[in-house]
Each structure stands twice: as structure tokens, then as C-alpha cells.
Design a binder for this molecule. Structure first.
Ligand SMILES: [Mg+2]
Length: 407
């Protein structure tokens, strides 16, 4: 991109913003190769290995044999019997995904994640290409993965550009180039045109975006009904959907409805421990902590009570949450049968980095402990580490557990 003087960019409405679509190549397979370098250059297929499994991702070496994602594994085995077949390690993929998004965050404050390995980033148009080059280099250097990037004036163009850039490529489409870029492409590349619609259009002799664009407005109205305007805008390369970061949750909670009312204090404490543990794990997984703990209790006769307490500092440890929940239970419960219990954390915040570094220096023992606990649970299952009060805390099959999140 030619920088600040580019007239095409300046002329673009919307304050000279560009969109980057960043998408790791063959992500699951690439992570497997990363961890086992001896797999490099080989066809690697990740997915369900059972009789009804499907391909989740495969390396480009496997794609050469016609293997692609969502294909039945039996077909993949027939097409490429010499491939290395792996069941997938989703916890590991999530870990690498977090590292990759940490790099993305250096390049834009406005990020919309689409999946573990794919996101839209907003950037000043004048700097978009430089940022894309640097982002790809940093992911390659620090993580060892190839990320293809498409840069365009909007999401539609950026996404198509990154698809065309794969593997391991960068494609920049400037505003003035959009029409020419889209013209020769199949209509299948456009959002909102599925395989069925595409086939029907091809029957009518409409194969490329240029063919589609040439149709009069009345034809679009008749052909696409309610969504005619959007289809036409996409055909023209116009897309005003913003890059939309996910809304941060304002609260996180868990509640349980019991098949039989609980009457015994020890039972209640056990369930509170289990709920505290579930909420704590979710908060930590999102890198959050909460200042207000709320207990919800519904009695056998359907009366609901909530009690809250706001703490001087945000907490995310199971034990801290549990301690507060128990105090709130003392205030809310008069000994009657309990039908529902819930624990919720609100006033959520992201512990700041200086706080984190303080924690690393020693005062943060609990934080570090919980991080280790979460890692162990991720590796060995939710019951790998149980603490005193939570023993036997597995929800029974008949117990209804509900997650709550308010944004
Ligand atoms: Mg990908």
C-alpha cells in the first residue's frame, strides 16, 4: 500500500479504516506439526477417528490428495491412506490460539474473533499492509505458524482476500481495486450465496461476480426477495458491517435445580462448593475476576432470595468465592427446603498486568495455585483436583445445572 497519500483510501468513507482478516493455515494440523517436527511435509489429517468421524483439518500435503475438512474420515483414509491420522488435542489448540490472539492484540484494539484461528482486525487504512506484514512475521517467529492475511476496505473483501492468499500469503485489496478484484471470482465466494443458490445462478449463466453485478436492480429484487439489497451490495463489493469485538460479560454464574429439595446444611455447602468451583474456573478461563458475589436461593415453595456482597478486591479463586457464598447462605437461608442454588460473580474486571506481576512476585500464590489447578483439570478432567468442601461434588445426572452469562 502506498501510504498516506493514497487518494483511493482517502476518498473512502468511514474514516480511512481497513479490515484485516487473519486466518492460520490448516490450524490443527499445523499445531501437530509444530509439536512433532518429524511430521513436517507429510500429509497430516486431524479429526474423528471413529467409524463416523469427519476430517476437522488436514495439512496442505493431504489436500493434494483431495482430502478436505468436513469429509468423512473413511473417505479421507481411502484417498490418502499414507497420511498420519490424529484425533486432535483441543486443549493444546486453545493454548496456541491464546498465544496467537495475544499477538493479534498488539496490532489492533478492535478484534472480532471468528474461531480459534481466525479473526477480523480493524486498522488505519494507511498502515494496514505494514501491520499485516509485521503480524505475519511475529506469529511465524514467536509461535511458528503460518497465518494468511487478507486486507480490504471491508470484511467481505478482507475475508475473500485471505482465502485467496492461502497458504502462507498476504493479499491486499485497495478500495479502488475492489471491483476488479471481485469481478472474475465465482459467485460462490460471496457471503449469502450458498452452493444451492450458486448452482441455480450458474444455470442462468451467472458464474462470476461480474455476471451478477451486471444484472439490473429489478432482477435482484425478484431473484433474492428480502435479502436482495444485501446480495447486490456484496456483489458490488460493499459491506458496512463493523468489526465487532465480542461483548464482555457483565456477570457469570452457575445455578442448579435439584430433583429433590435439599434440606441438609452439609449438602448445601457441598453444592455451593461445586458451584463456586464452576464459576471460578469460568472466570479464570476468561481472564476475569469479579468483585460482587451473589447467592441465589429458591425454596421448595418457589420463593426466590438473592443476597450479594461487594468485596474490596475482585476475586476469581474457588475458595474465595466459596467463602463469600457461605456467608451469604447464612443470611439467606432459614432452614427451609431448597429447590435451587446459584452463585454469580459480577463487577467483572480483567486483573491489570501490574497486579499480575505483583502476584507473580509472591503475594499471588492463590492466583498461581488456581492457574495450576485449571491446567491439571484441563489435562486430567474436572475431578483431577478437588478441594475439601467440593468432594463428591459432581452434579447428579438428574440435577439441572445452568450457566448464566449476562452481557
Ligand atoms: Mg484457518
Amino acid at each position: 500500500m502506498s501510504g498516506k497519500g493514497d487518494e483511493g483510501e482517502r476518498a473512502r468513507p468511514g474514516g480511512g479504516r481497513a479490515v484485516l482478516h487473519c486466518d492460520a493455515d490448516a490450524f490443527f494440523a499445523a499445531v501437530e506439526v509444530l509439536d512433532r517436527p518429524e511430521l513436517a511435509g507429510k500429509p497430516v489429517i486431524v479429526g474423528g477417528l471413529g467409524p463416523r468421524g469427519v476430517v476437522a483439518t488436514c495439512s496442505y500435503e493431504a489436500r493434494r490428495f483431495g482430502v478436505h475438512s468436513a469429509m468423512p474420515m473413511t473417505t479421507a483414509r481411502r484417498l490418502c491412506p499414507q497420511a498420519v491420522f490424529l484425533p486432535g488435542r483441543h486443549e493444546r489448540y486453545r493454548q496456541v490460539s491464546r498465544q496467537m490472539f495475544a499477538v493479534f492484540e498488539r496490532f489492533s484494539p478492535v478484534i472480532e474473533p471468528l474461531s480459534l484461528d481466525e479473526a477480523f482486525l480493524e486498522a488505519p487504512a494507511a498502515e494496514a499492509e505494514r501491520l499485516a506484514v509485521e503480524l505475519r512475521a511475529q506469529v511465524r517467529r514467536e509461535i511458528g505458524l503460518a497465518v494468511s492475511v487478507g486486507v480490504g476496505p471491508n470484511k467481505l473483501v478482507a475475508k475473500i482476500a485471505s482465502d485467496l492468499a492461502k497458504p502462507d500469503g498476504l493479499r491486499v485489496v485497495r478500495p479502488g481495486e475492489v471491483a476488479g478484484f471481485l469481478a472474475p471470482l465465482s459467485v460462490r465466494r460471496l457471503w449469502g450465496i450458498g452452493p444451492r443458490t450458486a448452482e441455480a445462478l450458474e444455470q442462468e449463466g451467472i458464474r462470476t461476480v461480474a455476471d451478477l453485478r451486471a444484472r439490473p436492480e429489478a432482477w435482484f429484487r425478484q431473484r433474492f426477495g428480502q435479502r436482495w439489497e444485501q446480495v447486490r451490495r456484496f456483489a458490488l463489493g460493499e459491506d458496512d458491517r463493523p468489526v465487532a469485538p465480542p461483548r464482555e460479560a457483565k456477570s457469570m454464574g452457575e445455578e442448579e435445580t435439584y430433583p429433590r429439595d435439599l434440606e441438609d446444611r452439609r449438602q448445601l455447602l457441598r453444592r455451593l462448593a461445586a458451584l463456586s468451583q464452576a464459576v471460578g474456573a469460568r472466570l479464570r478461563a476468561h481472564g476475569l475476576a469479579g468483585r460482587t458475589v451473589t447467592l441465589k436461593l429458591r425454596t421448595g415453595d418457589y420463593r426466590t432470595r438473592t443476597r450479594s456482597r461487594t468485596l474490596p478486591q475482585a476475586v476469581a479463586g474457588d475458595d474465595q468465592i466459596y467463602r463469600e457464598a457461605v456467608l451469604l447462605l447464612e443470611r439467606a437461608w432459614g432452614g427451609e427446603p431448597v429447590r435451587l442454588l446459584g452463585v454469580q460473580l459480577s463487577g467483572l474486571e480483567r486483573p491489570r498486568s501490574e497486579q499480575l506481576s505483583l502476584l507473580e512476585r509472591g503475594e499471588g500464590r492463590p492466583e498461581r495455585l488456581w492457574r495450576t489447578v485449571d491446567e491439571l483439570r484441563a489435562r486430567f478432567g474436572p475431578r483431577a483436583v478437588l478441594w475439601g468442601a467440593a468432594e463428591e461434588s459432581r452434579p447428579s445426572r438428574r440435577m439441572k445445572r445452568q450457566r448464566r452469562e449476562e452481557g
